[in-house]
Ligand binder design. Structure first.
Ligand code: SF4
Ligand code: SF4
Ligand SMILES: [Zn+2]
Length: 148
């Protein structure tokens, strides 16, 4: 896991469907997903955070926990959506980075999201390793964490 793929909001872009599609060029399999190189490499707001904050847009903080308003309403809303649908929490990620440091966080993320088959990285948006389980998405493009 790379430091530059940890977004200011606590998202790990390495787990993101837009990042993984870009990395593996999966649209060649007939998908039409927007590709993203990750929040920091992209240099502008995240595709999934339409209502991104002015402080983040201005690059005023590296991580939201440096902000006086942390955790703000917007971040709590995003966090709730991700905890409910995508098995992760931006706020937990940020607290872990703040309390234990980035290196420990990156290591822990690598272990937590490792594909047991190939050692690749599971995608948080669908719960699949896109190297091993792409057929599941080809068969059902809306597949998410075992739901129909
Ligand atoms: S869409 Fe957002 S979460 Fe996904 S890689 Fe891009 S910046 Fe990161
Ligand atoms: S206002 Fe919210 S989203 Fe913006 S930097 Fe502060 S905690 Fe992060
Ligand atoms: Zn795999």
């Amino acid at each position: 896991m790379q430091e530059e793929l940890i977004a200011p909001c606590g998202m790990n872009c390495r787990l993101c469907v837009a990042y993984q599609y870009n990395q593996m060029d999966l649209n060649k399999h007939g998908f039409h997903r927007t590709y993203c190189p990750g929040c920091i490499p992209r240099g502008k707001n995240c595709l999934h955070m339409a209502d991104a904050c002015e402080k983040l847009a201005a690059g005023a903080v590296r991580f939201c926990f440096e902000c006086d308003d942390f955790p703000c309403k917007r971040l709590k809303r995003l966090d709730k959506r991700y905890r409910t649908k995508y098995h992760m929490s931006m706020i937990e990620n940020l607290e872990s980075i703040r309390d234990n440091g980035l290196d420990a966080f990156l290591f822990e993320q690598g272990e937590k999201w490792k594909c047991p088959e190939c050692g690749g990285v599971i995608c948080c948006h669908n719960g699949l390793c896109l190297a091993c389980d792409l057929d599941t998405l080809i068969y059902n493009r809306k597949y998410r964490w075992g739901e129909q």
